[in-house]
Design a protein. Structure first.
Length: 92
């Protein structure tokens, strides 16, 4: 995978903000085919302008680089959105 960061589309980023605001438990799908279930905590931007989703799971907090995520699906009943595809969308 190319290490150059590819920004996420603004409209997709809004779903991450909602997930963090409500502390949704998410099924997170990786571009490489893996999956993770974790609670959304916050988003961060590094000094190099890379964006991350900070989640908490049984192993503690993790920083997940957004351009390595394929999709997120909230697992909480009554969530404000369903599965959101994050990869291969145009950036802002």
């Amino acid at each position: 995978m190319n290490d150059a960061y590819r920004p996420l589309a603004c409209a997709l980023y809004d779903h991450l903000e909602v997930a963090c605001l409500h502390r949704y438990r998410l099924r997170i799908e990786w571009v490489d085919g893996g999956e993770l279930e974790a609670q959304a905590m916050t988003t961060e931007t590094s000094a190099a302008k890379e964006e991350f989703l900070v989640v908490r799971d049984t192993q503690g907090e993790r920083r997940l680089r957004l351009d390595r995520l394929l999709a997120i699906t909230p697992l909480d009943p009554g969530a404000r959105f369903g599965r959101v595809l994050l990869h291969d969308r145009p950036s802002c």
